[in-house]
Design a protein around this ligand. Structure first.
Ligand code: PMP
Length: 437
């Protein structure tokens, strides 16, 4: 009998349960849109696990691919050797990637994808003889995983303050130039271009010749669904082009259909130089990440002069056969069921349903894009995060899994969701918000 508590051997990664002295809610099975809790209750998954199970749970095609691959070729090193499945998977990924992103490198997680992308950016400039470009620019409230590169460029001070100086030379784009407002939430929706000009300020401050890359989530997920104001990403692209700075999109959440297009790059019609993914690449079922790069970047450090082939990077599990097989089955499932555009089809219904919560208690903002949603609650004075966490507990009791980040309820259901299930999530939230203090 598992009794999760403070004495458990397993160290829980996140702290909300500890903060509020709650044992984790236990899940024991899953199928399609539902989890089964340890007391036998079915729980509707409003979060696709952690933004990853885009095709829903325990899909037979994916499960079988994993079983068959595990029985056929369980492991093959990606150093010196290869296996056909990973090459096939890479080709399929590149076929669906934004224009010009012709190469893909495999990692095991979003955090590893981010650190890989940052290393590629530095290696690229070095390979071009431009080694003075060492600065990396992130953004306030950006989340890029928990490895050293990711927390350095990440914009969440709390995540990095106990780890010293981290990567040096990092700077961050601000979220707003109007004090007290957050342009990504409300306030400046039409002024994305102006806000992106913040990058020009940083370029002036540091000199363009020292800046290697800018990394942003096209839509920030983990920090509360922050949708860029109009024109923001295009303008960032222009400024990067003007100064020879690489643009990295962290699409760990937005990739694989979350916004109703294969990638956010497609949604916003802005192609980055490097694109990080994970989660939905294998339907979240097997740990894997994929970093896409433009041909020019790949060729610079892979085919450059000999001393430049020093870019040593690779993981024991890069492109492992079982994950690759799961990935191929995942892409086939997305395609056969039209899941990568489902966020666009269901988007208007999703939007109306979420915005019907406008008058619910404590709701101060509602945001949506594709099949992502955020309901921001007024915080309890002096007790931030408490109200949203209480909503999470109550929703779980009522059979709906939501996610909270700070005082924001974040929603990102599997893309197989039906309209009736959208209603179920929203009706549950309406009831729960009447119950929380
Ligand atoms: N980047 C983004 C944008 C993410 O949302 C996440 C995880 N939520 C990561 C990176 C890190 O991914 P992982 O947890 O797989 O390391």
């Amino acid at each position: 009998n598992v009794k999760p508590n403070d004495l458990s051997a397993f160290w829980m990664p996140f702290t909300a349960n500890r903060q509020f002295k709650q044992a984790p809610r236990m899940l024991v099975a899953a199928k399609d849109m539902h989890y089964t809790a340890d007391d036998g209750r079915r729980v509707l998954d409003g979060t696709a696990g952690l933004w990853c199970v885009n095709a829903g749970h325990c899909r037979p095609k994916i499960t079988e691919a994993i079983q068959n691959q595990a029985a056929e070729l369980d492991y093959a090193p990606a150093f010196q050797m290869g296996h056909p499945i990973v090459f096939e998977f890479a080709n399929r990924l590149v076929d669906m990637a934004p224009e010009g992103m012709d190469h893909v490198f495999f990692t095991n997680s979003g955090s590893e994808s981010v650190d890989t992308a940052l290393k590629i950016a530095l290696a690229y400039h070095r390979a071009k003889g431009d080694g003075a470009r060492f600065r990396l620019i992130g953004r306030e409230r950006g989340y890029h995983g928990v490895n050293f590169g990711g927390i350095s460029v990440g914009g969440i001070v709390a995540n990095r303050k106990m780890f010293g100086t981290l990567l040096t030379g990092v700077d961050h784009l601000a979220h707003t130039h109007l004090p007290g407002k957050n342009a990504f939430i409300r306030g400046e929706p039409e002024h994305g271009g102006d806000l992106a000009d913040e990058l020009e300020r940083i370029v002036t401050l540091h000199d363009a010749s020292t800046i290697a890359a800018v990394i942003v989530e096209p839509v920030a997920g983990s920090t509360g669904v922050l949708i860029p104001p109009k024109g923001y990403l295009k303008r960032l692209r222009d400024i990067c082009d003007k100064h020879g700075i690489l643009l990295i999109f962290d699409e760990v959440i937005t990739g694989f259909g979350r916004l109703g297009t294969p990638f956010a790059a497609d949604y916003f019609d802005v192609v980055p130089d490097i694109m990080t993914t994970a989660k939905g690449v294998t339907n979240g079922v097997i740990p894997m990440g994929a970093v896409f790069v433009k041909k020019e970047i790949h060729d610079a450090f892979m085919n450059g002069p000999e001393h430049l082939i020093e870019f040593f990077h690779g993981y024991t599990y890069s492109g492992n056969p079982i994950a690759s097989a799961a990935g191929i089955a995942t892409l086939e499932t997305y395609k056969e069921e039209g899941l990568l555009t489902r966020g666009a089809e269901l988007g208007p219904y999703w939007e109306d349903a979420l915005h019907s919560l406008k008058e619910a208690p404590y709701v101060i903002d509602i945001r949506n894009i594709g099949l992502v949603g955020a309901i921001e609650l007024e915080p309890i004075a002096g007790q931030p995060t408490k109200r949203a966490f209480s909503a999470f507990l109550k929703a779980f009791e009522k059979g709906v899994l939501i996610r909270t980040t700070g005082d924001i309820i974040a929603l990102s259901p599997p893309l197989i969701i039906e309209k009736g299930q959208i209603d179920e999530i929203v009706d549950c939230l309406r009831e729960v918000l009447r119950m929380v203090d």
